[in-house]
Every structure is written in structure tokens, then in C-alpha cells.
Design a binder for this molecule. Structure first.
Ligand code: ZN
Length: 665
């Protein structure tokens, strides 16, 4: 599971403090459409040993080699569209100053950013602002042949309208453009296929369907095309394996070498039991400074939440900041025992919650350019139950968001009064980090399913419920005196900054990410919306939280922070019950009632206020470039990190150097 850059947005509500003068790192890069590009600083890289730097270098190469896999997973035409657009971009000899060309440039940058033609976050298809005629002529000029069937995919709004459709009542598989299911496969067929294969009462079930596309052959029979070395995406996977082999000798420990060996074995066989074995080795490897994720990991892109998108992150431990999360994990059992959920749903013994703060060194696949700020893996319920999980928060990315958000004006516009704004300026960063830590280190790992509960029973609502559960755990405990006692929050007031920004985000500001007339689709946004709206509704009688109007503008007002904590605790208990019992109807009702619909009048107001600030609601990162320095024999003697590569330059280089898949897969 991952925590997304909600704080990228929330961070914008914080303060107008000037950037410290000594930090002249160029965090902000170019802005286009609804996107702001940033850079992240790999603080501490130069202090790594040569062996560690070399390991980071090879793993970074492996991180970039899976890029095409994600593009193809996001839609079967994406690679062909990217290649055609890039050819026009590099070879076009006509007028580059026309509005058509400018619109083309923006479109290509958006396609790059989303790894496809659908919005990376909302999942709806975005349309070009240049004409089909113009593209046809430009392709002709550069001598590139694009199949006829692809033009409506780009230009017709009703063709492949959603990448991952989550709209209740529709056939989620047929109406999703993502490439996790072959053409013509219906939701009912897919659900039946996996239901039939579910072993009865297996206490350690594999994650069925996790690493394959489900396709229908000519006779109408369903079968899985497995992503493995000699299977689907094999040419990319073979190259990733090669880089993992290059990396292996530079691991600090044998333990990590075994992790790499097991990952290679899994990539070769595609066997999900081997994947579980790999996950266990990976989560137990907590000593190594350098660490990485490389593989099919998160299931947010599959409308049925089973099939995993490819991603990678290479990172190393931030020792200072890790001391903070270690305090939380050392007390994990205390938090579990004192949580407001029914004792039947608590874990008697919380196992192996390891938590650390990391510095990202390279982002790839579904973590690039838009990324997570925290990750908790593996996703297998039984592995988490029996072995625990590894939880990380990505310090240098959060830091880059915070630095870039200084002075954005969001706080002035949306925070109700000066007193609250000051509270947020003082404690916002600390409590935001802490909420992320609680969400990742403790939230996801807390609680248990009742015996016999099918982990997939919440179906399309599973992700929103799970993220809501982790957020609520964080919200409930960020206000706990225990945190002051542990020295993690400075005083008993600080948590209020998090309560305010959370409610403001869930009720108002996250709406800037939604287009007029659209519903909330993305799981993390749905969870924030259902938590905030549920608390608003259930605190109505006592006026715990209100939406108030001042000079025609709507603000969140929190009248009783303590009572709000009580509401969060109550909802946490209910969400845990839903998860533990697998109560699909309750999950559906909670999410649909509070987490999906948007009040059109309020939405319009928020969009208008936001527009005046000229900010981008989404952010993503340009990766650094690692340049190995070699001696005459070709051995790496140093690795330099370089931050000068531009966005388009990087994308074109990746398409050239990490080109691993054919047009059609
Ligand atoms: Zn999460």
C-alpha cells in the first residue's frame, strides 16, 4: 500500500515562510496543464560507500527498465501513441510556434507524466487541444505511420474514457481501458474465474491474479498471461534481471543477496508462492542501508483491485529521521492495545512492524514522475499477519513538497483565521510527517480479519476502506498524549494543525483535483472525503465541525477538537469492523454516501478560488542522473549525482535507453 502525495496539496496550506537562504536547490521546475514538476535532492548520497553508491546505480538502472511495462499496463495503445508523439516532437520541421504545436507539446508532457493517455490520478482520458488534422499532417511530415484505430483512442472522448472505472453499478472491467484484462472480458467473468480458483480455507493464500493479464481466447475460454521472463513483458523482465545480477555483488549483506536471488527466481517463474517467499525475505531485511522495491506491487490500477502495476524505488535509510519512526514501532503493541476498535478485531501480538524514513534515490514505473510519500509492503494479508510488514516514509520527497509550497497562498485563501494559520505554520510539517508515519508504520499493520473472512470481500471498495482505516488510525493517535510523552509532538495543541488541514482537504481543497461534474474516483481521495464528510455529518448536532461562510467564501471551522478526535475513533472502530468482518454492504454504503459525490456549488467555488492562485494541483519529480566514473579496466570508482537534466530531455532519454517492449504486447 502506498500513501500518495495528499500532503503535496496539504503542504500548500502551510505558511508563507521564506525558504532558508542556504538552500538554493532548484526544487521547482516547469509547470504545464495541472502539473508542477519538482526535483528532489538525494541528501547523503556522497556520504555512501563506493559499494553502496554502485549498488544504488545498478538498482537505479533496474528501476528504469520496467518503464514500458507500466505504459502497457495503463492501456494497450500507450506505447504506440508515445512513440508516434515523440517522433513528431523530435523530427517536426514545421512551425513550432503555432498554437497547435504548443498544444501538442503540452499533450505529450501530460502523456509522459501519466504514462499513458489517462490522467494519472483521476484516471479519466484527457483530450488534446490540437486537431486530429494537424496530427495527421505532422505524422506524415515526419514519415510515421500510426494505425487508423488509434486516432479515435486519442481524439474521441467516448473511446476508452476511463483507465480504471470505479463507478458503482457499471461493468468495471469492460469499461476500464487499463490492460489488465484482455478485450471482451467482463467483470462477471473475471470474478467467476478467480472465485472458482480460490482454494477452500487456505490460511496462506497467494494473491490470485496478481501478476497476469486475464484474456479470452477465440473459443471464449479465459486464461492468464503471466508476467515473467518467458511470458508477457518477458523482454523487459529479462533486462531487469540482468541489472539485478549486476547489483548483487555490491549488497552489504548476504541477506540482501538472497532477496535479489529470490526476486530473480520469481521474475523467471512468475510463481506467486515464490513471490510470497521473496516478500518475507525482503521485509525481514532491515539492516541494509540501501534498499529497493522492484516489481508488480500495487493494485490501484485494476478496477477489481487484484492485478499489480509495475513500480520501483531505490533508496537508503535516513538514520536521523528513522529514530522517530522507531519510537512508534517500539510502541506498536501499546497503540494496538489502546485503539478504540472492538478487542475482537485487534491483534493480540503485533508482529515485526519495521519502520524507517528513507531518502529516495531513484523512482520508476508507477512511482514516477508522480509518486508516493510513504510505502507499506508487502500487500499480502497473511504475510502481514504472520511476518509483519516494512513501512517507509520518504523524507526527501516530503521535504521537496514542503519547500516548493512555501508562499503559495493556499493557506491565506482557505484557512479560516490567522490563529489557525499560525498553528499550521508552527506544527503543520511535524504533524503531517507524524500522520504519515502513523498511517504507514502502525495503521496498515493494525487490526486483523476474523477467521474465515475473505480478504477480497470488500472488492472495489477495499482500497478506500483500507486507506481510510490507516488514515483514521493516524488521526486518532496524532492527538494522543502518548506522542507528547514520546517526544514526537511538541505539545498537546500541535495535533490540531493536522485535524484542521485534514478536514479542510477532505471537505474543500482536494476538490481542486476534480473536474466540474465528475465524481471522486481515486481510493485515497475517496477515503479522505468519506472521513471528513462522515465527521461533519456526525458532529452536526453538537457543531463539532462546520462549514461556514465568510464574505461569500466557505471555510472549515472546528469548534471542538477533542470531540472530533472522538468521532475519528468511532469511525475507526466501524471501519475496522467492516474490514474484519468483510462487510461489503457497509463498505459500499459508507464510501458511496460520504466519499464519492461532490456538491457542485461548493466545487465551483473552490475551483474559482484556487484558480486565482495559479497553482498546480498535481506534482511530480524529475529523477537525478547517476553517472558512474570508471577506471581503465571499466570498474566503477565513483558515482556522481547530477540534477541538471530537464523534463522532456529525461523522458526522451528514457524512451531511448530503456526501450524494452514492442508496440503490441
Ligand atoms: Zn496507505
Amino acid at each position: 500500500m502506498m500513501i500518495l502525495s495528499s500532503s503535496a496539496l496539504m503542504a500548500q496550506t502551510k505558511g508563507n515562510k521564506a525558504e532558508p537562504a542556504h538552500d538554493d536547490f532548484p526544487y521547482n521546475n516547469e509547470q504545464f496543464a495541472d502539473i508542477q514538476m519538482l526535483r528532489y535532492k538525494v541528501e547523503g548520497f556522497d556520504a555512501l560507500t563506493l559499494k553502496q553508491k554502485t549498488l544504488v546505480y545498478h538498482l537505479s538502472e533496474a528501476a528504469l527498465l520496467g518503464r514500458d511495462i507500466l505504459w502497457d499496463q495503463n492501456g494497450r495503445y500507450n506505447l504506440r501513441i508515445r512513440r508516434a508523439l515523440e517522433k513528431v516532437y523530435t523530427d517536426f520541421r514545421g512551425d513550432r510556434t503555432t498554437s497547435d504545436f504548443k498544444a501538442f507539446e503540452v499533450y505529450l508532457k501530460r502523456v509522459w507524466f501519466s504514462s499513458g493517455i489517462h490522467h494519472h490520478y483521476g484516471s479519466e482520458k484527457f483530450l488534446p487541444d490540437f486537431s486530429e488534422q494537424w496530427l495527421r499532417q505532422a505524422l506524415k511530415d515526419v514519415g510515421y505511420k500510426l494505425e487508423e484505430e488509434i486516432f479515435p483512442v486519442i481524439f474521441n472522448p467516448s473511446v476508452m474514457a476511463m483507465r480504471t472505472n470505479q463507478r458503482d453499478g457499471e461493468d468495471l472491467v469492460l469499461t476500464s481501458a487499463g490492460n489488465y484484462y484482455g478485450e471482451g472480458v467482463t467483470q462477471a467473468e473475471a470474478e467467476k474465474f478467480y472465485a472458482e480458483r480460490k482454494p477452500a480455507a487456505d490460511p496462506r493464500p497467494i494473491m490470485m491474479g496478481y501478476n497476469s493479464r486475464l484474456v479470452k481466447d477465440e473459443e471464449g475460454n479465459l486464461r492468464e498471461e503471466v508476467w515473467r521472463e518467458h511470458g508477457l513483458y518477458g523482454s523487459a523482465i529479462a533486462r531487469i534481471i540482468g541489472k539485478l545480477q549486476d547489483a548483487r555483488p555490491f549488497c552489504d549483506t548476504e541477506k540482501q543477496q538472497r532477496v535479489i536471488d529470490k526476486l530473480i527466481e520469481y521474475y523467471r517463474t512468475g510463481d506467486l508462492r515464490t513471490f510470497d517467499e521473496y516478500s518475507i525475505l525482503w521485509l525481514k531485511d532491515t539492516e541494509d542501508l540501501v534498499d529497493f522495491v522492484n516489481g508488480f506491487t500495487e493494485t490501484y490500477g485494476d478496477p477489481l483491485g487484484m492485478k499489480a502495476s509495475w513500480e520501483s524505488i531505490v533508496n537508503f535509510k535516513d538514520l536521523e529521521a528513522t529514530a522517530r519512526t522507531e519510537k512508534l514501532s517500539a510502541n506498536a503493541q501499546w497503540f494496538e492495545d489502546h485503539s478504540p476498535v472492538d478487542p475482537r478485531f485487534r491483534k493480540e501480538k503485533v508482529k515485526g512492524v519495521s519502520a524507517k524514513v528513507i531518502t529516495a534515490a531513484m523512482l520508476g514505473g508507477d512511482l514516477y514522475p508522480s509518486t508516493a510519500i510513504g510505502i507499506n509492503l508487502p500487500n499480502s494479508d497473511w504475510v502481514r499477519r504472520d511476518y509483519g510488514s516494512k513501512s517507509v516514509t520518504i523524507g526527501n520527497l516530503t521535504d521537496a513538497y514542503n519547500k516548493s509550497a512555501r508562499g503559495s497562498g493556499m493557506g491565506k485563501e482557505f484557512v479560516i483565521d490567522k490563529k489557525t494559520l499560525e498553528l499550521i505554520e508552527l506544527y503543520g510539517d511535524v504533524c503531517d510527517d507524524l500522520h504519515t508515519d502513523l498511517h504507514e508504520c502502525l495503521g496498515h499493520g493494525s487490526g486483523k480479519l476474523l477467521p474465515g473472512t475473505d480478504p477480497d470481500s470488500l472488492k472495489a471498495y477495499g482500497a478506500a476502506i483500507e486507506e481510510g482505516r490507516a488514515d483514521l488510525f493516524g488521526l486518532y493517535y496524532v492527538a494522543d498524549p502518548k506522542l507528547v510523552e514520546l517526544g514526537l509532538t511538541p505539545n498537546a495543541e500541535a495535533y490540531k494543525s493536522q485535524y484542521y488541514t485534514y478536514m479542510q482537504n477532505g471537505l474543500l481543497t482536494q476538490l481542486v483535483r476534480i473536474k466540474p461534474g465528475q465524481n471522486i474516483e481515486e481510493a485515497h481521495m475517496r477515503n479522505r472525503a468519506f472521513i471528513a464528510h462522515w465527521a461533519l455529518e456526525h458532529g452536526k448536532k453538537d457543531k463539532v465541525v462546520e462549514l461556514v461562510k465568510k464574505k461569500g467564501k466557505t471555510y472549515v471551522r472546528i469548534n471542538d477538537y477533542e470531540a472530533l478526535r472522538g468521532l475519528f475513533g468511532k469511525l475507526l472502530a466501524e471501519v475496522q469492523r467492516i474490514k474484519s468482518e468483510g462487510d461489503y454492504e457497509a463498505a459500499r454504503s459508507l464510501v458511496e454516501t460520504y466519499g464519492v459525490k461532490v456538491d457542485p456549488v461548493l466545487h465551483k467555488e473552490v475551483l474559482e478560488r484556487y484558480e486565482k492562485l495559479h497553482l498546480s494541483p498535481y506534482k511530480g519529480f524529475i529523477n537525478p542522473v547517476y553517472k558512474p566514473v570508471r577506471d581503465a579496466a571499466g570498474n566503477i570508482v565513483d558515482v556522481k549525482v547530477d540534477y541538471s537534466e530537464g523534463y522532456a530531455e529525461q523522458m526522451l532519454r528514457y524512451s531511448r535507453d530503456y526501450n524494452t517492449l514492442p508496440d503490441v504486447n
